[in-house]
Write a protein that binds this ligand. Sequence first.
Ligand code: AP5
Ligand code: MG
Length: 226
Amino acid sequence: MNVVVLLGAPGAGKGTQAPLLAARLGIPVVATGDIFRAAVRDGTPLGMEARRYMDAGQLVPDEITVKLLLDRLARPDAAAGVILDGFPRTGVQAQALDKALAERGQAVSAAVLVDVPADELERRMSGRWICRASGHPYHETFSPPKSAGVCDLDGSDLYQRADDRPETIRARLDQQLGALTEVIDHYRASGVIASVDGLQGIDAVGAAIDVALSEHGVAPLAGQVS
Ligand code: AP5
Ligand code: MG
């Protein structure tokens, strides 16, 4: 079973790479940000709670996020492996994931950092549009949709995230980069960290992720085309 963690600062390109990698590896993506945004859209108690933190550019507390993620990992579609986008985001979350996987005789296979310098992150987030149905990301300059305002993949309309306002972008970068360092250190200590240059084009970043994963023994499931 492959458990792949995609790490990166806000706007680094995790959500762009995750579905492409999922298609290559034949395992699903679990993205905590997408789960929180769906809960906000549906007006659930989880969504109302999470929104307070998201709108302020802060991380949602570990006790809420860990439970949500572990419940999601227990679903049958994650049994053959999973790509985690946006989790873990703190040392506490990384330890909780290790513990839950160890109880199933499993472990994180690889944690790939998509490395992008801070000045570029702001540019990426401020030009981002995502689709309403599944959160597929586009960028008005770097990765525009074929038809303005419409998702290439599922035809739903594109919108700008509430937390991509300039002041919230700055708050996310100020408040979340320290915790990312904790998570990188955690996976460096367990020997599963890899880093790819996220400043390259989207296809080149994907190719670099594939190389990094194969060095950690992560290969497509039998029958999948890589
Ligand atoms: P989340 O949705 O996870 O947001 P994030 O980590 O801030 O990351 P983003 O989604 O902003 O960036 P990304 O790396 O996915 O970049 P993307 O591919 O879109 O979390 C949102 C909030 O939820 C958090 O702030 C927090 O409040 C809460 N939360 C979520 N998980 C949590 C957790 N575990 N614990 C606590 N709280 C949690 O790309 C960005 C843009 O760049 C796009 O426009 C894209 O088209 C473009 N782009 C991508 N790659 C390239 C490239 N190679 N070249 C040029 N442009 C590119
Ligand atoms: Mg994302």
